[in-house]
Design a protein around this ligand. Structure first.
Ligand code: NAD
Length: 251
């Protein structure tokens, strides 16, 4: 199968987890892939493993996104697939959320994602596909996720409005809302190992399919949305969560 043959695909946060698996899937489907990340060593290692171009760009910085776009334009010209995946998960209880915590998470998950698309627009081909990596947390009300949930809900609102405005250029933009997926993201939350294990067990019990997602599960859906098989799909959201969002025992 080569559903992405001839396409240029950019994956933000492509050095780890869902982004890494998606870059691998895009490449296996025939795309020329560029991955980005904020850590130069990790980007270099992943790009070498995947055999793709790696560019360091911290999406918290709008000038870094400008530089990324300029670099991609100079190396590849135009882009067909933009997977806006880079993000962080920093849980904190309501009432104990500082302005700094709020700004940090919003500036990567929402502002960074928002301006990634905004700034790539001039070099997106007509007919391009943009996929925003959101989360079921945009809808679930899971404790300690107030800022994270808001950042993803805001991203989904952008997806919907951008879809109508970009339709004249036949650019499609959709959101993917995963449930819990086994990636390094949870290890970066500052939670102790015991706390993390308890969290993972509680989550798994609530997932009707009784497992965490794997990055490859998400990569397959993202790859479909990137392809011309999804040419009539825009402004949509896809939950991919083992059924957690429809579990009435959630919350
Ligand atoms: P991960 O930690 O393995 O990967 C996150 C990626 O984002 C890394 O490549 C990292 O370098 C990049 N990144 C983070 N901050 C960045 C910044 N400021 N600039 C550039 N890149 C940055 O985690 P993951 O689980 O693969 O997360 C990918 C996306 O999936 C995130 O947007 C996350 O919110 C979302 N998500 C994850 C889960 C889950 O359970 N793992 C569930 C729902 C949504």
């Amino acid at each position: 199968m080569s559903k992405l043959n001839g396409k240029i695909a950019v994956v933000t946060g492509g050095n780890s987890g869902i982004g890494y698996a998606s870059a691998k899937e895009f490449k296996s489907q025939g795309a020329t892939v560029v991955i980005t990340g904020r850590d130069s060593e990790k980007v270099a290692k992943a790009s070498q493993e995947l055999g793709v171009k790696g560019i360091v760009a911290d999406v918290k910085s709008l000038s870094a996104i400008d530089d990324l776009v300029a670099q991609v334009k100079s190396d590849f010209g135009k882009v067909d697939v933009l997977f806006v995946n880079a993000g962080i998960f920093q849980p904190a209880p309501v009432g104990q959320i500082s302005e700094e915590m709020f700004d940090h998470q919003m500036s990567i998950n929402f502002k960074g994602a928002f301006f990634t698309t905004e700034k790539f627009l001039p070099i997106l081909n007509d007919g391009a596909s943009v996929i925003n990596l959101s989360s079921v947390n945009a809808y679930t009300g899971m404790p300690n996720t107030a800022v994270y949930a808001a950042s993803k809900a805001a991203l989904n609102a952008y997806t919907r409005t951008a879809a109508t405005e970009l339709a004249p250029r036949k650019i499609r933009i959709n959101s993917v809302n995963p449930g819990p997926v086994s990636t390094p993201i949870y290890g970066k939350t500052g939670m102790e190992e015991e706390q993390l294990n308890g969290f993972a067990e509680a989550m798994q019990n609530r997932i009707p399919l009784k497992r965490f997602g794997q990055p490859e599960d998400i990569a397959k859906l993202v790859s479909f949305l990137a392809s011309d098989d999804a040419s009539f799909i825009t402004g949509s959201e896809y939950n991919i969560d083992g059924g957690i969002i429809i579990n009435p025992l959630l919350s």
